[in-house]
Design a protein around this ligand. Structure first.
Ligand code: FCB
Length: 447
């Protein structure tokens, strides 16, 4: 069976979306009172981002959002996932509200709704106000408090029109890439910083969820985790043990506290530390959620013995595997397995694929981008979602990463994930073949 034969697995209410994040697309880094974030500081530190790229201008979405929403409309997407830049709202992290910054998201949401596109909002996609970092950032419990207040402020302003809310995007990256490997802002390299940052980011998720619910009962609230299944390379006990430890690191570090209210014991074996935590904090972290956001890019095959870090990018690429321009193996089956496992071990919980997509080295030929590898990647993964739906998983939506090429963190503008090509010199947008393919797929699925 091919994807075309499985389109009936998608319910008519399925969310066919695209995703972006504030620092990756907005630019306008100092406009209208926006304060600096840790990513401004990090990207402006020599040697941290490839080619010295920064998000100062990015896709200039801050000024071109209306045009970009027109493009989304032309593709027929039903939903748009974006993130809010916390330092646009609170330039110092707390206290003084920046009305102009808030007004941008007000316009964005209204323009989406005018075009019949449903917004889904992420509160934190990595751009912590620098002022909060200077007070310890995610290692300081006060940041969790400030996050709750920020969440409530946004919900008071936008909650009448935005009904789906995501607290954090990929806290694993905040903790590990930001505090242990140092590849992401704030660029620290300490295991204890990583476990504590993870803990207070999770606590802030719980606090924000409570704050949002206290304000409005009609919001759908979730968290987005980057999850990557792990397969042993053979059935030996050593390989299975290695895979299960890697799974703790990749997945259970965040899934267990969010859904079960506890950290996996093996975390200490991997990271050399477990966070200091109280039962009361774990209760706050384990909030009933309306959905789990799943970001899926690849899976891992491990053999024993294996060092359990770092896990990303994914090692053990066999010569048989196709890989993306990030070097990540293309393993669509991992997505079906993951969705079924979440359903089995952490459910019942509605699932939303909040990111999936691929970087390739695109070429412009006569004004067109024939990105057939990306189309194959997307088709195989959307088929994997159809398979999970066919097997009973409750998947509500699929958000393609990304609407357009953008600032890919430590890789700057060198890696292109968009279905729309962006010329960073002229800001011209070109629909890649994958955009037209996605448009046709959505059209067929909804017909
Ligand atoms: C995810 C991030 C997203 C993007 C993709 C490629 O980890 O959430 O911002 O960079 O990877």
């Amino acid at each position: 069976m091919t994807l075309a034969n499985k389109l009936s697995h998608f319910p008519p209410t399925f969310q066919w979306g695209v995703a972006t994040a504030a620092y990756q697309v907005e630019g306008a880094a100092t406009n209208d009172g926006r304060g600096p974030s840790i990513w401004d500081a990090f990207s402006h530190t020599p040697g941290k981002v490839l080619n010295g790229d920064t998000g100062d201008v990015a896709c200039d979405h801050y000024h071109r959002y209306s045009y970009d929403i027109g493009l989304m409309k032309s593709l027929g997407v039903t939903h748009y996932r974006f993130s809010v830049s916390w330092p646009r709202i609170f330039p110092q992290g707390r206290k003084d509200l920046n009305v102009k910054g808030l007004a941008f998201y007000d316009r964005l949401v209204d323009t989406l709704l005018d075009h019949g596109i449903t917004p889904i909002l992420t509160l934190y996609h990595w751009d912590l106000p620098l002022a909060l970092q200077q007070q310890g950032g995610w290692q300081n419990p006060d940041t969790a408090e400030a996050f709750g207040h920020y969440a409530q402020t946004l919900a008071a302003a936008l909650g009448d029109r935005v009904k789906q809310w995501i607290t954090h995007n990929e806290p694993w990256c905040t903790a590990y890439l930001g505090h242990l490997s140092g590849e992401h802002a704030p660029g620290l390299t300490s295991p204890s910083a990583a476990v504590n940052a993870a803990h207070y980011a999770l606590l802030s998720h719980g606090k924000a969820t409570m704050a949002l619910r206290a304000l409005r009962a009609d919001l759908q609230i979730g968290i987005t985790l980057n999850l990557s299944p792990v397969y042993p390379d053979n059935n030996s006990e050593e390989s299975r043990k290695a895979a299960s430890l890697q799974d703790v690191f990749n997945n259970r570090w965040f899934l267990d506290p969010v859904f079960l209210g506890r950290y996996p014991e093996e975390l200490a074996l991997i990271l050399g530390a477990v966070p200091q935590h109280t039962p009361a904090e774990m209760e706050i972290i384990r909030q009933p959620l309306d959905f789990l956001g799943v970001n899926y890019y690849s899976a891992q095959v491990v053999s024993a013995p294996q060092r359990h870090q770092p896990a990303w990018p994914v090692p053990h690429v066999t010569p048989r595997d196709r890989t993306t321009a990030m070097g990540w193996p293309v393993i669509p089956r991992g997505l079906t397995d993951l969705l079924m496992r979440l359903n089995r071990e952490y459910g019942p919980i509605p699932l939303v694929i909040t990111e999936n997509g691929a970087a390739y080295d695109d070429l412009i030929e006569e004004g067109m981008v024939h990105d057939n590898e990306r189309i194959a990647y997307l088709s195989d993964h959307i088929e994997a979602v159809a398979d999970a739906l066919g097997q009973g998983a409750d998947v509500k939506g699929y958000y393609l990463w990304s609407l357009m090429d953008n600032f890919e963190w430590a890789f700057g503008y060198a890696k292109r994930f968009g279905i729309i090509h962006v010329n960073y010199r002229t800001q011209e947008r070109i629909l890649k073949d994958s955009a037209l393919w996605y448009r046709n797929l959505i059209r067929e699925a909804l017909s």
